[in-house]
Design a protein around this ligand. Sequence first.
Ligand SMILES: NC(=O)c1ccc[n+]([C@@H]2O[C@H](COP(=O)([O-])OP(=O)(O)OC[C@H]3O[C@@H](n4cnc5c(N)ncnc54)[C@H](OP(=O)(O)O)[C@@H]3O)[C@@H](O)[C@H]2O)c1
Length: 268
Amino acid sequence: MNLRKQALIAGASEGIGAAFAVELAARGYDLWLLARRIQPLQLLESQIAAVYPDCLIHLIQVDLAIEDACARIIDELKGTAVDFFVYNAALSFIGPFLSISIEGHLKLVDVNIRTLMKLTYSLGQGMCQRRSGQVVIMASLAGVQGSPYLTSYASSKSFDRIFGESLWYEWKEYNVQVLTCVAGATNTPGYTNTSPVIKGFIRPQVQTPAQVVRACFANLGKVPSFVSGGSNKLGFIVMNRLLPRKWAVSIMAQSTLSMYGDKIIKAD
Ligand SMILES: NC(=O)c1ccc[n+]([C@@H]2O[C@H](COP(=O)([O-])OP(=O)(O)OC[C@H]3O[C@@H](n4cnc5c(N)ncnc54)[C@H](OP(=O)(O)O)[C@@H]3O)[C@@H](O)[C@H]2O)c1
């Protein structure tokens, strides 16, 4: 009988998800690594296996955007009790709301909200019954005020934060810890592929995935949510507590325009 704890990472093959996988393997967990592309998953599997030969690694190839993603994942788990669940994957679009198809926006809702909610519901039932479990949900600084040109992404990340914070309270009595990480710019393929242009006085201090994951473990079980990174914390306080809301939203708009100006084609 395998007595090792089990961790499921949704969006595991790169960036923050991969850093979670490495950290959880180091902490003695077996891993269930999930993503759409199999090769990056296999590469990560071989890298972890080389360092942690006792770690049993399972790969799940599924797109979190599809309607039955949650059912397929539960099927793949074959009744395995998940002790640690990370929902890391997200879909994002940069551009005016109307320049992106409604199908695109709704697919984003499927990945960033619906499948997160379904999986948390399924896995949370077992955790609450067993009176044990840990859940980490990735949110974003984009979701703490209006973020023009990131409208659906930022709104979904706002949902993710409130969802995680609410469960932090509800599931405390079941000894299930829920943490939402409000991340800022992090050096992941997902971020670098957007080719941000960093100029002007608002310069994000880019964190490494390992820094974000370390901060998650430092905060898990202590707070409902936290902002990762010193300068991000400062930015959060200024934007959310000090500035009038209309200034905060306008600053976000200007910052996104200056980083992605050439990609932001205004809809007619
Ligand atoms: N990076 C940043 O600057 C930043 C800033 C703030 C917040 N965040 C948050 O941090 C989280 C991680 O962001 P990230 O930049 O590391 O990477 P990401 O691009 O959101 O996701 C990376 C991982 O998720 C998998 N993935 C993506 N879409 C998927 C889907 N539909 N179904 C299954 N797997 C999927 C990717 O593999 P496949 O492509 O093979 O599926 C990869 O393993 C997100 O929730 C994001 O909102 C990131």
